[in-house]
Ligand binder design. Structure first.
Ligand SMILES: Cc1cc2nc3c(=O)[nH]c(=O)nc-3n(C[C@H](O)[C@H](O)[C@H](O)COP(=O)(O)OP(=O)(O)OC[C@H]3O[C@@H](n4cnc5c(N)ncnc54)[C@H](O)[C@@H]3O)c2cc1C
Length: 378
């Protein structure tokens, strides 16, 4: 009988918790470390919701990975009985000649994705919570909605523990180093453990843990803001997520409370973070100006004064494509980092790919476009 592989997971956040689940499900002996505890709000995950969508705005090569993730979201929900994801649909809105809106239609055509094109009159009746211009294109992705990030990370970590994984909470890893004749050592303040392989998923702390990484991942600070409807506001019965392109780029999600709406802005609005251990979590009034403008211009009926603000951080690569695969010269250390604002929806697929790479040294998933192998720049 083949011996069980011992695999470390460094960082039990969004991707690491899924990797721990997939590795444990496949019979590996897993030890997962986190500097905090699964479900914390000090990294890239948190703030109640994350968008899941089947339709992509930038690169159609994500579609098969999202499909794989979709199946695993269903599997994790079925195994645990927890409502991690709610499919409410997602509206893509913007000028018909906007390049991202054209990509939306191209991706739909290339992959035969379910969708609905909605004209301005129908939008006004069916989705009065949004203001669209007459020449806007609006496309509904029905296989979309929101994921609960904290619940997901805790559920994947708990499922991994049920399958035999050990999670070392509040245990920052200080060093991940290859061992001369194969394998990896993980050093913490308390001890050093030896493994056959390591999956390294430190999110925004990637530069902190791996300062000599040959690719640059810059960390940015992202603000989420929640808004309530004004008294006379009537939303339609449907409460989809939404994403807008054109003069303003933003996205939003209905909150699970059935009332408020969360808004987020793209990377161009995120301040760089010099040290992920010193994230500025206070939001200055001037940082709210774009949110206020967006509410006034596109979301009639929402009160422009936010009722809640949260600050998270995320690692971005120059190309916005994540880094997935072995570190140069060390096949036993598998890195998954730099998800560039897109990692939550695909995280179960990324966890499964991490398990493939750590256990088999290869994967059948189409990851050439995000692989670290032969990658000169990030
Ligand atoms: C505000 C915001 C909104 C977003 N919205 C969406 C969205 O709608 N849809 C979507 O798909 N994606 C979205 N994203 C992106 C997505 O959330 C991230 O891509 C994803 O969470 C990144 O996961 P990660 O595992 O790399 O990082 P994290 O979830 O931060 O996990 C990293 C973990 O590693 C641990 N760690 C770090 N260093 C060490 C160490 N040395 N030792 C031990 N543990 C360590 C940390 O404590 C943490 O738990 C959003 C991101 C942000 C910030």
């Amino acid at each position: 009988m083949a011996t069980r592989k011992r695999v470390a997971v460094v960082g039990t956040g969004t991707v690491g918790s899924q990797a721990a689940w997939r590795l444990a499900a496949r019979g590996a002996e897993v030890v997962a470390y986190d500097r905090f505890a699964p479900g914390h709000d000090r990294g890239a995950a948190g703030g109640e919701t994350r968008v899941f969508r089947s339709v992509q705005t930038d690169d159609s090569r994500y579609v098969p990975l999202v499909r794989h993730a979709d199946a695993l979201w269903q599997q994790l929900q079925a195994e645990t009985g927890r409502g991690l994801r709610k499919l409410t649909g997602c509206l893509f809105m913007g000028p018909a000649d906007d390049p991202d809106m054209r990509t939306v239609l191209d991706v739909i055509a290339e992959h035969g994705l379910d969708h609905e094109v909605i004209d301005a009159d129908a939008m006004a009746k069916r989705f009065p919570q949004f203001r669209v211009d007459d020449d806007d294109l609006t496309v509904l992705d029905p296989r979309a909605g929101f994921i609960r990030p904290e619940l997901t990370v805790q559920t994947a970590a708990r499922r991994a523990e049920e399958l035999g994984a050990r999670i070392r909470r509040y245990t920052p890893v200080r060093e991940v180093r290859p061992v001369a004749r194969g394998g990896v050592e993980i050093r913490t303040d308390a001890d050093t453990e030896r493994f056959d392989a390591a999956v390294v998923t430190p999110g925004p702390w990637v530069g902190d843990l791996l300062p000599d990484l040959p690719w640059q991942v810059s960390v940015h600070r992202a603000i989420s803001a929640w808004f309530l409807p004004d008294g006379d506001h009537r939303a339609g019965e449907e409460r989809p997520g939404f994403l807008r392109r054109g003069a303003h780029h933003f996205y939003g999600l209905p909150s699970p409370d059935g009332l408020s709406v969360k808004l987020g802005l793209p990377q161009a609005h995120h301040q760089p973070v010099d040290d992920p251990n010193r994230l500025e979590r206070t939001v200055a009034p001037e940082e709210l100006e774009t949110f206020t403008e967006i509410v006034g211009r596109y979301l009639p009926g929402l009160n422009p004064d936010p009722v809640r603000l949260s600050v998270f951080m995320e690692g971005y690569t120059g190309s916005t494509r994540p880094l997935v695969g072995p570190l140069p010269g060390c096949d036993d250390i598998v890195l998954l980092a730099g998800f560039s604002g897109q990692g939550f929806k695909v995280s179960p697929a990324m966890g499964d790919i991490a398990a493939d790479l750590a256990l088999e040294g290869r994967t059948d998933q189409p990851i050439d476009f995000i692989s670290t192998l032969g990658r000169a720049t990030a």
